[in-house]
Write a protein that binds this ligand. Structure first.
Ligand SMILES: *Cc1c(COP(=O)(O)O)cnc(C)c1O
Length: 393
């Protein structure tokens, strides 16, 4: 027997393993990959009918609008996020920008968290603002103070919690409360937590975007983005995806579907190892400050504890060292790769400077920010590697 999306009463681990599987006629546990452009129909009328319904969920019309294996994956994500519908798009960044293309018109105003993922900031400044959209950044920790920034032409509030490098946890329910009463649409980037640890739609957000490139795929071998919407916004987002000609590669969706089946187990381990590394680093004399929402020392720990069910493996810390020494530290690590992205099975470490990517808030810390991703290695090996590298500085 197959489980349907109506069975929302199931727990998230069960949804992730049972939903979106093929029915008995396929006979396999997993969907085969559907590669296709043309869809053929028996009758002219059938083709015309599918054309009229092409922006509705699960309509097989033409390859660009998705195939049954893609619809099945979208159904799993929708059930996990509590969304009416989800759309697969070519990358996480494509997912971040798509709702803005769908909702904003010339003359509109958008409020954007100042701790936003860098490439999304660039798209906003260099592409969205060019459409005569008024762009205004706000302090990620503003909470219901956002009410004072909402204007008559504010159309969208963009959230990302926690921030990509500096991990401010936003008071999403407070911001959403202000947005709802004034008819403003909220869009939230949920890449860090995944639906396993936070479901923004449950606290009233309208649209969730995320990079399935990260934890959902989980193996650093896929580029894929997801946009999950409440019902009023689903069609608008699908139409905008069509304007842009977006299409998600079926092999990427296959790998992301494989990823979602093990997401719950992986997230638990990333959380456990992330917390172990963060706790250990906090005790080292060379470390000024560890910025991880799951640590009681984090400034927004209470909000995290109220809204999240866990923390992922991505966090930062401030090393009490020159940039030169910080680079030496990172380059001396042997189990942590130096590279962008995260959410795969492997650990990573990069040197970063968030001060350049700020508009209304400041990043002023003595020392150098190191961003780490705790992978699925044994935590004792990771700590031994960190110990060795710290000793060198
Ligand atoms: C990586 C990332 C993205 C973009 O995802 P890509 O698939 O790399 O385009 C968007 N938002 C956040 C928070 C990310 O970390």
């Amino acid at each position: 027997m197959t489980i349907t999306a109506n069975e929302r009463s199931l727990q998230k681990e069960t949804i992730a393993t049972h939903l979106g599987r093929p029915d008995a006629s396929v006979g396999l546990v997993n969907w085969p990959v559907h590669r296709g452009s043309t869809v053929v129909f028996d009758k002219v009328g059938d083709l015309e009918n599918s054309g009229e319904r092409k922006f509705e969920k699960g309509t097989l019309h033409y390859g660009r609008f998705g195939t049954p294996d893609v619809f099945a994956f979208e159904e799993v994500i929708s059930a996990l996020e509590g969304a009416y519908g989800t759309l697969c798009v070519p990358s996480g960044l494509a997912a971040c920008v798509l709702p803005l293309v769908a909702f904003l018109k010339p003359g509109d105003h958008i409020l954007v968290t100042d701790a936003i993922y860098g490439p999304t900031r660039t798209s906003l400044k260099q592409f969205i603002a060019r459409q005569d959209v008024e762009l205004e950044f706000y302090d990620p920790c503003i909470g219901d103070g956002i009410a004072e920034l909402i204007k008559h032409n504010t159309k969208v509030i963009y959230l990302e919690s926690p921030g990509s490098y500096t991990f401010e946890v936003q008071d999403v329910p407070a911001i959403v409360g202000c947005a709802r009463s004034r008819g403003v649409i909220t869009v939230c980037d949920n890449t860090w937590a995944t639906p396993m640890f936070f479901r923004p739609l449950e606290v009233g957000v309208d649209v969730v975007v995320q990079a399935a490139t990260k934890y959902i795929s989980g193996h650093s071998d896929v580029m894929l983005g997801l946009v999950s919407c409440q019902e009023p916004y689903y069609r608008m987002v699908r139409e905008a995806a069509n304007w842009l000609g977006y299409h998600a590669a079926p092999d990427s969706v296959f790998l992301a579907t494989r990823g979602i089946r093990t997401l719950a187990a992986r997230m638990e381990r990333h959380y456990k190892t992330g917390l172990a590394l963060a706790t250990w680093l906090e005790q080292q004399p060379q470390v000024r400050r560890v910025i991880y929402p799951a640590l009681p020392s984090h400034p927004n720990h209470t909000i995290w504890k109220r809204d999240f069910e866990g923390a992922s493996g991505l966090f930062s810390f401030v090393l009490d060292a020159s940039r030169e020494r910080a680079i030496k530290f990172v380059e001396s690590l042997s189990l942590f790769g130096i590279g962008l992205s995260w959410g795969g099975y492997e650990s990573l470490a990069i040197v970063s400077d968030p001060s350049k990517a700020r508009t209304v808030t400041r990043w002023e810390e003595d020392g150098v920010l190191i961003r780490m991703h705790a992978g699925l290695e044994n935590e004792r090996d990771l700590i031994a590697d960190l110990t060795k590298a710290l000793a060198l500085i």
